[in-house]
Design a protein around this ligand. Structure first.
Ligand SMILES: [Zn+2]
Length: 91
């Protein structure tokens, strides 16, 4: 019983991982005018791991092969860094 409850809670928190990271970046940007002048160019428009669109305000950035890749969450970035070629070749 308790184990099942734990598993469903885990599934729910994983589900919301992407949205959570988006809301934290919003709260962090107290001065949007200053931040918008410094737009980071990503090599990708979408998170190569989960397919979510990448916002220029994302804090999850990884460099691979001289290019910057943005991610929706730290877990997607970690997955990408484990095997970048796997995600970059899958199109
Ligand atoms: Zn993602």
């Amino acid at each position: 019983m308790t184990r099942l409850l734990f598993m469903s809670l885990l599934a729910i928190s994983l589900n919301f991982a992407c949205q959570n990271s988006a809301s934290t970046t919003e709260q962090a940007s107290d001065k949007p005018t200053e931040i918008s002048t410094e737009v980071v160019q990503f090599a990708n428009e979408k998170d190569p791991v989960c397919g979510m669109s990448i916002d220029s305000t994302t804090v999850e950035i990884a460099e691979h092969d001289g290019k910057k890749y943005g991610f929706c969450s730290a877990s997607c970035k970690a997955d990408f860094l484990k095997d970048p070629a796997k995600y970059l070749s899958a199109k």
